[in-house]
Design a protein around this ligand. Structure first.
Ligand SMILES: [Zn+2]
Length: 381
């Protein structure tokens, strides 16, 4: 690395769900960040995009697509099989507040350091499932054996700062601003996730979104001022993982499967995420039965070529033997992620225009930045 490059401070701000369409609609920091490009999202959710951003690898390599996978022999929750049958009535154990408390207890009991939530997973299925985010992905070694951003910046001899994802995002901006103003770091990664939650509830409602977008603009301007005040050459970049697609309908996958008479865990297994149902076939004829049951549902089965192109094909079928993807705007509800639809969702075809992420920067956009998996190389080159 040349001296000049080492001296250039680079700050990257991640704003979850600030899609290309939202950045354009609100003319987000166009003056300060004139170099702008729509970016193809990583197929999946934020829990797919973030490990991709932190490593430059795709799910086929880093193993994170959705939170829960069928893994009867590897499930960390196997002991729960003795407990789950006694957790009754089931309606009580499905309540949101009960789930939150239970999630905290399970996280502590298993020593998970990553983000953990039970969502609406039926508890009796838990002993057959594995959870992908058991470790803190941001911490050094957190994606081992794959080096993550902290590992890589450390190995490059840079002074780095990566936000603590557990903290309120306002703190994350303040901490980064102070470090940058003091000239204490060469690289910073600022994490913010509140815009995702807001958009899930309020997509399309300008009166709710505009004030939040303006608050982010102020935060970013103060980072910009801090960088300018430090007297060193700098680059400031905002990027996101995906956009948000307004709700256009729901589909009840569990009901369609129940009507076939197939039994979960005996004939098939599936995880019903918000926009994809992932299947593992435990009997030969289960695939045909499921295909027939979902024939009129608003979605489609992904081909192997499409899975490979999206970086989610694995020989070990960790993510499923087959994936049924919802049409843009359709939410699989009820499902394992929730029982009520949200106003907006993401996790559709990456080529859908509502799915597009964005890269906005003071510096020219690197030619290689076309997809979310390209951010890592641009942050670490
Ligand atoms: Zn989200």
């Amino acid at each position: 690395m040349t001296d000049k490059k080492a001296r250039t401070v680079k700050a990257f701000v991640f704003i979850d769900a600030l899609g290309w369409k939202q950045a354009e609609r609100y003319d987000f920091l166009r003056e300060e960040l004139p170099n702008r490009r729509p970016v193809e999202m990583q197929f999946g959710y934020s829990c797919t995009a973030i490990p991709t951003i932190l490593t430059g690898k795709r799910p086929s390599e880093h193993g994170h697509l959705a939170f829960y996978d069928w893994a009867p022999d590897a499930s960390p929750f196997r002991a729960m099989r003795f407990v789950a049958p006694f957790l009754r009535p089931r309606s009580f154990w499905r309540r949101g507040r009960v789930r939150n408390v239970l999630s905290r207890l399970v996280k502590r009991a298993y020593g998970f350091t990553g983000y953990f939530q039970l969502y609406s997973i039926p508890l009796e299925r838990l002993p057959k499932l594995d959870y992908c985010e058991k470790r803190d992905m941001f911490a050094p070694g957190g994606m081992g054996p794959i080096p993550n951003l902290a590992d890589t910046w450390g190995a490059q001899g840079l002074r780095w700062h990566v936000s603590d994802w557990r903290r309120p995002e306002g703190d994350n901006f303040d901490i980064a601003r102070d470090l940058l103003a003091k000239g204490a770091v060469d690289r910073a990664f600022v994490y913010s996730a509140a815009f995702d939650a807001l958009q899930h509830d309020c997509v399309g409602r300008d009166e709710a979104l505009r004030p939040k977008v303006e608050a982010y603009a102020d935060r970013v301007r103060s980072l910009h001022d801090a960088l300018a005040a430090s007297g060193r050459p700098f680059e400031l970049t905002i990027f996101s993982d995906h956009g948000m697609t307004p709700l256009r309908g729901t589909a009840d996958i569990p009901a369609a499967l129940a009507a076939t008479g197939m039994v979960w865990g005996r004939d098939y297994a599936c995880a019903v995420d918000s926009t994809m149902a992932r299947f593992w076939w435990l009997r030969e004829d289960s695939r045909a039965t499921a295909e027939h049951a979902l024939a009129d549902m608003p979605g489609r089965w992904l081909s192997r070529a499409e899975m490979e192109e999206n970086g989610i094909w694995r020989e070990d079928c960790k993510f499923g033997d087959a994936i049924f993807l919802a049409d843009p705007g359709v939410q699989f509800c009820p499902g394992d992620m929730g029982v009520k639809p949200l106003r907006g969702m993401h996790g559709y075809d990456p080529r859908d225009e509502d799915s597009l992420a964005c890269w906005l920067s003071t510096a020219p956009v690197p030619a290689r930045v076309r997809r979310v998996c390209d951010y890592f190389a641009a942050m670490t080159e």
